[in-house]
Design a protein around this ligand. Sequence first.
Ligand code: PAF
Length: 309
Amino acid sequence: MRYSGRRVGSSRHPCPVDTIRTIAWMKEQARQARAESRIVGLVPTMGALHAGHLSLIERARRECSPVIASIFINPKQFGPNEDFSKYPRTFQSDSEKLRHAGVDALFAPEPSEIYPNGFSTYVNVDGLSDKLEGRSRPGHFRGVTTVVMKLLQIVQPNFAYFGRKDAQQSRLITQMARDLNLDTEIVVCPPVREPDGLALSSRNVYLNADERKAATVLYRALEAAKNELAAGVRDALQLQSSLRRKLDSERLARVDYAEVVDAETFEPVVRVNKPCLVLLAVFIGKTRLIDNFYIGPKSSSSEELVFHF
Ligand code: PAF
């Protein structure tokens, strides 16, 4: 594992990023880095990398050396009727992107390495895991927290980076790290968007041309809610009905949920007078997309709200 991000090799025959397939070797490499008092950063992914993932790597590179990315399409976080078998598998181009992004090592274990025969221990964040995404995707978060716990246990990074597009996932992982006294600091980074506002997601590749146009309705609905908040609306039901109206106006959209929740508990709020999240889950055709924005006070001494997309 090299730490500078510099690689030997020509542009025609670039060196692949250092790929680690086994837990034993990953542990040994991370242990050596820690023994040299290096700040280890981990960016867990399921591959199909886009600019959102690369922004996590960029942030990790500013704060850590070495930076390790993982690619593991975690079967345990997909429900029986979800897209595990058709989830985009783009290992070669992902590996190339990681090399360009200056990642020091890629941890890409096989499922049998992570879940050997007889595997039977799961991590679950009670309560939070059952709401919203958890209600629509039973068992999903148990799969996420189990695999993330394993990755954190294997690499024992100082920092691990997650995107706030998956707001509930990041909140759960932060809670898990706190509850289990992990030494890793969880860093949550803002989503990256297309110029028309669509949040980057590995699932955007499922959208056909009409659906891709329709998918901007999530951002348009969030923008409309933000404008109402900026105009002084604080009633959560009013905000939710305007989100619904906007989303329902798009023929290809079917709303799963559109809610304003407390940013800590993910419980619905009546009025927006504390840090909140506006959360959307919407089917565009067969593709389920999520998006959100965060509402918080401008500063600890201010009542003015700011919106983080
Ligand atoms: O957000 C993802 O890509 C996955 O849920 C994660 C955190 C890598 C766990 O498999």
